[in-house]
Write a protein that binds this ligand. Structure first.
Ligand SMILES: Nc1ncnc2c1ncn2[C@@H]1O[C@H](COP(=O)(O)OP(=O)(O)OP(=O)(O)O)[C@@H](O)[C@H]1O
Ligand SMILES: [Mg+2]
Length: 286
């Protein structure tokens, strides 16, 4: 139980680790990472390329087995679940969205079939009517018109539309935690803010917890309540977004921020129109 609140964390990791390779060639992709996320909280994970962000995402999604440490969902140890039958109830609550939506779907499926897949995670067999309702309401949540997209294939959509389909797919089973690994990095600058605002809406509407992985400190600043900074597999700093990005303690965080001079000028204008304007200027100058 987290001392700061009466409710258990939505998700917690304790000394979560994953190595690749052996002997001299061992890579500590994720090394003893401990953190928690509460319901309705957005936690950003930042760090340079290769720092272990995606490995952490895959561990939490249980797509990859840890080599050490534990994962708790609502105080339940889920680390020992291995078979997909046992992981189904976990995946109903914890869903992921990834960087490249085109790589994440079978191009030969219709969008309807893509969206119906997670219905298998439900603890009951949904009626045809429930299936349709779940798929349609997920699409409406992400701002897509069901009649416009359901019978098309993924490749008939734009990158922005398809990433919204991927978010809708993640919503179909009604998750409580969303892991978004660089969900905007393949989108145009104008679409990025749309996707970020969609994530904010999901938190407001469903009190969903969101782990938002990005190498873009501006996006972390815009979206998150707390920030985790990873460096070579380790969590070197974590705290409220204003503290970590406003007054970084770790030398590595200071270096990351020094690479983004504009951030310093943003002050405390969190989530205002001014920040959005500032952010798009920043993106277009990048
Ligand atoms: N399947 C794998 N086999 C071997 N090494 C791996 C594997 N997956 C990741 N790694 C290594 O683990 C380290 C962390 O990689 P990871 O992809 O988690 O970083 P990242 O922070 O997501 O980087 P990026 O910002 O480029 O997406 C890297 O050194 C990477 O080469
Ligand atoms: Mg990655």
């Amino acid at each position: 139980m987290n001392a700061q609140s009466l409710q258990p964390p939505l998700l917690e990791t304790k000394n979560l680790s994953r190595t690749f390779g052996h002997g001299q060639h061992t890579v500590h992709a994720v090394n003893q990472v401990s953190f928690h996320i509460q319901p309705g909280e957005i936690v950003a994970v930042v760090g340079e390329s290769g720092s272990g962000k995606s490995t952490l995402a895959r561990l939490i999604l249980r797509l990859l087995d840890p080599t050490g440490g534990e994962i708790f969902l609502q105080d339940r140890d889920v680390t020992s679940l291995h078979r997909s039958k046992d992981l189904k109830p976990y995946w109903r609550k914890v869903q992921g969205v990834f960087q490249d939506p085109f790589a994440a779907v079978n191009q030969f499926y219709t969008n309807r079939r893509v969206l119906e897949k997670p219905l298998q995670l439900l603890d009951h067999k949904p009626s045809r009517k429930e299936q349709e309702q779940r798929v349609e309401s997920a699409l409406l949540e992400v701002g897509l018109d069901p009649s416009d997209v359901l019978n098309k294939g993924p490749h008939q959509l734009s990158g922005g539309q398809l990433q919204r389909i991927m978010i809708a797919r993640a919503l179909v089973a009604g998750p409580e935690l969303l892991i978004a690994d660089e969900p905007t990095s393949m989108l145009d600058a104008s679409l990025r803010v749309t996707v970020l605002n969609l994530l904010l809406d999901l938190r407001e509407r469903h009190r969903m917890g969101i782990i938002f992985i990005t190498h873009d400190l501006g996006q972390a600043y815009y979206l998150s309540d707390r920030v985790l900074v990873m460096y070579r597999g380790e969590l070197v700093e974590q705290g409220p977004v204003n503290t970590v990005l406003g007054n970084p303690q770790h030398e590595y965080t200071q270096r990351l921020l020094a690479d983004v001079p504009r951030l310093h000028g943003w002050g405390a204008a969190l989530r205002t129109d001014e920040l959005v304007a500032e952010k798009s200027k920043f993106e277009s100058s990048a």
